[in-house]
Design a protein around this ligand. Structure first.
Ligand SMILES: [Fe+2]
Length: 156
């Protein structure tokens, strides 16, 4: 049965918030990763890659806020420290010293990790009947899979 945030049991809300905090953390680390690559990418494809990495960090910056505010709608704590996010995130920071191909590969893997994390968060939300969180997670998963495709196409 579909449940609104206020109707969810406390343990359901905290399970969903935990999954969303994981999603926010990985989105934030990927935001920095994309900005890092936007700055440091080199090579013949500099222009399009500089632009693509910008599209990614702009998308992710908005998404972090949407996901974190959904946590607040669930009346839970949104992790708001970089250290905490880095600790939670399966996506790791990168020093930005790499070839354009390596950056594309690292970002493709980050997008795939995010798609999986969001799919998992959506499934937890669905389990508890939290359709609104599930919907947000599905929408985010689709964006990450789209970016993974964009990136993968550069390496074909
Ligand atoms: Fe810029």
């Amino acid at each position: 049965m579909t449940q609104t945030a206020v109707a969810l049991a406390t343990d359901a809300r905290s399970a969903i918030a935990e999954a969303l905090n994981q999603s926010v953390a990985e989105t934030a680390v990927a935001t920095m990763l994309a900005q890092n690559f936007h700055w440091n990418v080199t090579g013949m494809a500099f222009g399009p890659l500089h632009d693509l990495f910008q599209k990614i960090y702009e998308d992710h910056f908005v998404a972090q806020d949407d996901l974190a505010e959904r946590i607040k709608a669930l009346d839970a704590h949104a992790e708001g420290t970089l250290a905490g996010m880095i600790k939670r995130s399966k996506i790791k920071e990168h020093d930005g010293k790499a070839s354009d191909k390596e950056m594309i590969k690292v970002m493709q893997e980050a997008q795939e990790t995010l798609a999986a994390t969001l799919a998992g968060a959506g499934a937890i939300a669905a389990e508890h009947g939290d359709t609104l969180t599930e919907d947000l997670c599905i929408a985010r998963g689709q964006e990450h899979e789209k970016f993974a495709w964009f990136l993968r196409s550069h390496l074909a």
